[in-house]
Structure formats: structure tokens, C-alpha cells
Design a protein around this ligand. Structure first.
Ligand code: GLN
Length: 243
């Protein structure tokens, strides 16, 4: 039986805006289709096995909690996450988690180290202003498929600047995105995905949950589900963003 093996990184510390809903969404959509689902929590000090999981999830967090997790990520998990990404396992970072995928997060004089999985860095604005609101982006994950919309909510003080070697996840339709001015949102690098979209992300965008399940399990096709509620949630998130 196919199985989706998820590693939830710091589920207690990096779980702002009910990011746990993202894991629940994956679990339910697997269960409804008879796909096995296993989730392993990895907290501070826990080593991780790069081959034991198909998807590594890192949610959002306050600067304070991010700092704690960042130091631990670099100390105990960086090599494993690089190995996992190199073999095509998905690494999904949301908001604070997205920021930690890059080289660093600068907060004035202070600096939080990143995993260096993607070429980007985040800088907190000097005036402390935050980019907050409903957001929608246009995304093309499969080159041969039409673009899709992701809708959600963002709230971040950091501005994320992509390096020359990094592709954004999408184009901002409404909202702020990575910097408020670049017109780009998130990052997509091989199987590493970062985004500022909370909401939580997956309950508002069931199509992305299914894309992740397909990609992580290697299943070609997934059984269709009755997505009336999920479609309504997506439509409502789009309406909120004005798209
Ligand atoms: N602490 C980070 C910032 O403010 C991320 C916040 C979040 O995860 N919502 O930029």
C-alpha cells in the first residue's frame, strides 16, 4: 500500500496560524483514499533520517521560536535535510519555515542562520512594519499544466530576497509576497518549496495538498474526492484576496 511518510519539524514551536491544519489535511486526504499516512515529530535535539520520510514540514513561528529552531536545524538536521532534498524528498517551509530554508534571517544586528537549501535571504524591515493580509498567487508547478491559484493569508516582518539561483513559487496576484515590491512569492527549487501563505495553506488549497501527495508518494493519479467544502474554502480565500 502506498504511504506518505511525513516528518513534522518542531510541531510545537513552529506552528503559528494553525499550521498543524496542513498536516491534518494531508492525513485526511490520504486516509480517504486508502493511502497510508505516518507522521514523525522531530523537535530540538532530535536527529532525522533523510531516507525515512517523503515530506519534511516546517511551519511558521515567532522570531524568538525561530531562533531556537534555526540553531538546532543547523546543528542537528542540516545535513539530513540537504540529503533528503537531494534525493527528491519534499521540504515544505511555511512563513518562518520558508525563511529558514535560505541562507539567513537578519534582524538588525542580529542574525538567525538558515539551512542554505535555497538561494535566498530574509531581512526584517528596519521600521518593524509587517506585511499582513490576504494574498493570492499564480503558480505553475507542472510545466505542461495550466497555472493555478494559491490563496491564503500572510503576516511577516521579514522581506525575503531571492538570489540569482532561486525561482519564486509564484507571481503575486494580490497581497505582498516576498518583499512587498518584487511581485514574487515563495520559492521553488527542485523538491524544496517555501511560501508565506498561511491560512493554513493546504486546507484552503486542496489542489496543492494533492500535488504534494502525488509528488511525495510517486502515485500517478489520486482518486477524486468530494471537495465541495474544500472548493468553498478556496473560493472564499480567493474572494478575501479579491481574486
Ligand atoms: N517571524 C517571522 C516574521 O515575522 C515569520 C512569521 C510567521 O511565521 N508568521 O517574518
Amino acid at each position: 500500500m502506498a504511504e506518505l511518510r511525513v516528518c513534522a519539524l518542531y510541531p510545537d514551536l513552529m506552528n503559528i496560524y494553525a499550521d498543524r491544519g496542513n498536516l491534518l489535511m494531508l492525513e485526511r486526504r490520504c486516509a480517504w483514499r486508502g493511502i497510508g499516512f505516518a507522521v514523525t515529530a522531530a523537535g530540538i535535539g532530535d536527529a532525522i533520517d533523510p531516507d525515512a520520510h517523503d515530506l519534511f514540514y516546517l511551519g511558521g513561528g515567532q522570531d524568538r521560536d525561530q531562533r531556537l529552531c534555526a540553531l538546532d536545524l543547523v546543528d542537528t538536521k542540516r545535513d539530513a535535510l540537504h540529503a533528503a532534498a537531494a534525493r527528491g524528498a519534499i521540504v515544505l517551509g511555511v512563513c518562518g519555515g520558508f525563511q529558514l530554508l535560505g541562507h539567513r534571517y537578519e534582524l538588525g544586528e542580529d542574525e538567525i542562520p538558515g539551512l542554505g537549501l535555497v538561494d535566498l535571504q530574509t531581512i526584517r524591515s528596519t521600521d518593524g512594519s509587517r506585511l499582513i493580509g490576504n494574498v493570492a498567487i499564480e503558480v505553475r508547478l507542472d510545466q505542461d499544466a495550466p497555472p493555478r491559484v494559491l490563496a491564503g493569508f500572510e503576516n511577516h516582518g521579514g522581506r525575503t530576497h531571492l538570489g540569482a539561483g532561486a525561482q519564486p513559487l509564484g507571481r503575486v496576484l494580490k497581497g505582498h509576497g516576498n518583499t512587498g515590491t518584487s511581485g514574487f512569492e515563495g520559492v521553488l527549487h527542485g523538491s524544496v518549496i517555501g511560501t508565506y501563505l498561511h491560512g493554513p495553506l493546504l486546507p484552503k488549497n486542496a489542489w496543492l495538498a494533492d500535488w504534494l501527495i502525488r509528488r511525495a508518494t510517486g502515485l500517478d493519479e489520486l482518486d477524486a474526492l468530494d471537495d465541495e467544502l474544500e472548493d468553498a474554502a478556496h473560493a472564499s480565500a480567493r474572494r478575501a484576496a479579491g481574486v
